[in-house]
Design a protein around this ligand. Structure first.
Ligand SMILES: C[S@@+](CC[C@H](N)C(=O)[O-])C[C@H]1O[C@@H](n2cnc3c(N)ncnc32)[C@H](O)[C@@H]1O
Length: 207
């Protein structure tokens, strides 16, 4: 008798908790048809839940961590979804694969990575998205140089203690960098646990 294959699916409790609230926003801001690339898909739990709920969109995940990519593939297989394998993509490194996408999402990534990852993400979104494309970020943000909650300030201090290159980003800095690449902030949605959903649209020629 052969041994059962190991279950490579990772379970991120925060991802299980915030998925429904994020999906509510995505359902409203994403097109009903087209293609979506997720950067830093982690376990793959969001990708699979969103792909199930929004089947008109062609979903593709990515992550630079091989253990995470194995988990994403395992969640896709477990769900019986017909999605392509996740890309090995580190937002900091150029070039990104020049695939056509209508939306790019990144959830809880830019504060758990160096600022260069945020800049690389914005560069990639600016390059890949066509006019009208959607760029979506979710996570904790500072606004106007201030934390929006004491819990976010504590979280930020913990991140920076773990790695000085990490830290909660200021939405004003992110929006300014995005605008320089033709990505315009169109909506900010307050989310549970002092997080924000942030929606940008690509507007070519409008900087
Ligand atoms: C906190 S996890 C969030 C995962 C998932 N988006 C979620 O919400 O469950 C952060 C993810 O970002 C990925 N990541 C870290 N640095 C990255 C980079 N430079 N480019 C792309 N992804 C990165 C990590 O491998 C990890 O999967």
């Amino acid at each position: 008798m052969s041994a059962a294959a190991p279950d490579l699916r990772l379970d991120f409790p925060a991802t299980r908790r915030n998925g429904d609230a994020i999906l509510e926003v995505l359902t409203r801001v994403l097109p009903s048809e087209g293609s979506v690339l997720e950067i830093g898909s982690g376990s793959g739990q969001h990708l699979v839940a969103f792909a199930r709920a929004l089947p008109g969109l062609a979903w593709r995940g990515s992550d630079p961590d091989p253990r995470h990519r194995a988990s994403i593939t395992a969640w896709i297989d477990h769900a019986g979804l017909d999605l392509p394998p996740p890309l090995d993509l580190d937002a900091r490194h150029r070039p990104w694969p020049m695939i056509r996408v209508d939306a790019i999402l990144s959830i809880n990534m830019i504060h758990i990575a160096p600022w260069e990852a945020c800049l690389g993400l914005i560069d990639g979104a600016g390059d890949l998205l066509d006019d009208g494309g959607t760029f979506f970020l979710y996570g904790p943000f500072m606004v106007g140089g201030r934390h929006t909650a004491e819990s976010n300030a504590r979280f930020d201090a913990g991140l920076r203690a773990e790695d000085p290159a990490w830290g909660v980003r200021d939405l004003d800095d992110v929006a300014m960098e995005a605008r320089q690449r033709g990505l315009h902030l169109v909506e900010t949605v307050r989310m549970p646990a002092n997080n924000l959903s942030v929606v940008f649209r690509k507007r070519q020629g409008l900087r």
